[in-house]
Design a protein around this ligand. Sequence first.
Ligand SMILES: [Zn+2]
Length: 110
Amino acid sequence: MHELALTREIVSIVRDHARGRGVAGVTLRVGRLSCVQVDALRFALLACVDGTELADCVWTIERVPGRARCEGCAVELDLDQLAVTCPCERQAPLTILSGEELLVSSMEVR
Ligand SMILES: [Zn+2]
């Protein structure tokens, strides 16, 4: 499962930054175009930290909207899912501006 591998990476990042301190909360930013299922990610996180020092950490997951710019008409549009060409006449390639990220945006240590 994709989310499980991501979870291990996220937990490892959090542990590295906490350096032995307790962690009250972590905020993650997950782009809508990142193919990550938030429910599965949350489930995997809770399973991964169960019984560890991170067991009572509060995980907040923020969704980042998908945004892209057309290389042909320069219009910017919102994307609900990954697309490679603009719906305009030229069907020019799109450059993704946001929505593909998955990152730890903040954490609160005790
Ligand atoms: Zn276009």
